[in-house]
Write a protein that binds this ligand. Structure first.
Ligand SMILES: [Zn+2]
Length: 90
């Protein structure tokens, strides 16, 4: 599992490098960890995004307009192109 660059708390900064989470290093690590499992990565980041919105609200932090793009905006690169036909031997 990805042991490096965990979030300090959902919706907060990276514990390791202090940048908004998921930081670039974590995004790259996640792409490696979930290679070939784009659907799972999207579900995983979707959970973190939802938790992040809730946690920021609970902590009284302002809404972060970058939160969604940071969690989900870069995931289209791991998903198959829209309209692509699924293979026959699945
Ligand atoms: Zn980091």
């Amino acid at each position: 599992m990805t042991g490096q660059h965990p979030p300090r708390y959902a919706g907060g900064p990276c514990f390791t490098c202090g940048r908004p989470w998921p930081c670039f290093e974590r995004q790259v690590a996640s792409l490696v960890e979930f290679a070939g499992m784009g659907d799972l990565l999207v579900a995983y980041m979707g959970d973190w995004y939802r938790l992040g919105v809730e946690e920021r609200r609970r902590r009284g932090l302002p809404f972060d307009p970058e939160l969604e793009a940071r969690h989900l905006g870069w995931l289209d690169m791991v998903l198959p192109a829209r309209g692509e036909q699924r293979g026959g031997d699945g």
